[in-house]
Design a protein around this ligand. Structure first.
Ligand SMILES: Nc1ncnc2c1ncn2[C@@H]1O[C@H](COP(=O)(O)OP(=O)(O)O)[C@@H](O)[C@H]1O
Ligand SMILES: [Mg+2]
Length: 240
């Protein structure tokens, strides 16, 4: 049992090193690619405007625009992924950030058929974290849940102190497709995706951010039975 835990810890370590070096590489490449892509996109729009009476050209250039926008989306994912390195932590109210993220998504059309169930502890201590990064964590998890239930469903969200009192834990449980055992140990790998239009970067960003906060991420899922992601962020008792 001890051995198994050791192996798991080692795997986690390898994972974070892999993430760190990939982060640096991605930042450079993404930066370099962003401006030529912006150029391609503006000139494609010029061609589109100049070819109003040629439907064939209009169709072809629409494809160029669509695919270029997709490249830009991947690049943005890479930049987000690379930017995760240094969190700017301040003492903040986690529930305020969670509520703000929820108010953003609740008005979005993709979440129209999704019921959000809130189960939040009355008073949680303020903890140190980077507001933008943690918002990105919540957003990524919520969007993944939504994408796992395109026909609608529910997301149960609880926020409370962990049983040992050392963390605030936020649990997201959806009624979506679930994740097969085979995929469960790949979902945190950068670029692993099962979606046609996925980037596979969401969960590696999430994991990187949580690790940089000294937190933990747990996943429980079974195919066909929905998924649960639990985020644990440390309560620093020494800081008053
Ligand atoms: N809530 C969820 N329900 C089902 N599958 C999930 C969920 N969250 C993540 N996954 C799986 O993990 C993969 C990786 O997720 P992510 O890193 O966010 O990349 P992407 O969303 O671009 O595919 C997804 O493609 C999906 O297969
Ligand atoms: Mg995702």
């Amino acid at each position: 049992k001890v051995n198994k835990e050791l192996i798991r810890q080692q795997q986690l370590l390898i994972q974070s090193e892999k993430l760190a070096s990939l982060g640096k590489l991605s930042a450079g490449v993404a930066h370099e690619l962003n401006s030529p892509l912006t150029g391609i996109l503006s000139f494609a729009h010029f061609i589109k405007d100049a070819s109003k009476e040629n439907p064939q050209v209009q169709n072809d250039i629409a494809v160029v625009i669509h695919e270029t926008e997709r490249c830009k989306k991947i690049i943005k994912g890479l930049l987000d992924f690379a930017r995760q390195s240094q969190p700017e932590k301040k003492k903040e109210d986690l529930l305020a950030v969670l509520n703000r993220t929820l108010s953003l998504i609740e008005n979005h059309k993709d979440f129209k058929n999704i019921k959000i169930i809130r189960d939040f502890s009355e008073s949680l201590p303020l903890i140190m974290f980077d507001r933008d990064q943690i918002q990105q964590v919540f957003m990524n998890l919520l969007v993944n849940s939504q994408e796992a239930m395109p026909e609608g469903g529910s997301i149960y969200i609880s926020a409370k102190p962990s049983p040992d009192g050392n963390y605030i834990q936020i649990q997201f449980t959806d009624t979506g497709s679930g994740i097969s055992e085979e995929h469960l140990n790949k979902i945190f790998d950068p670029f692993f995706t099962t979606k046609e239009k996925g980037t596979g970067l969401g969960l590696s960003i999430v994991l990187g951010i949580i690790e940089n906060h000294g937190g933990k991420l747990e996943v429980k899922s079974r195919i066909g039975e929905g998924s649960t992601f639990i985020v644990r962020l440390p309560i620093n008792h020494s800081e008053k």
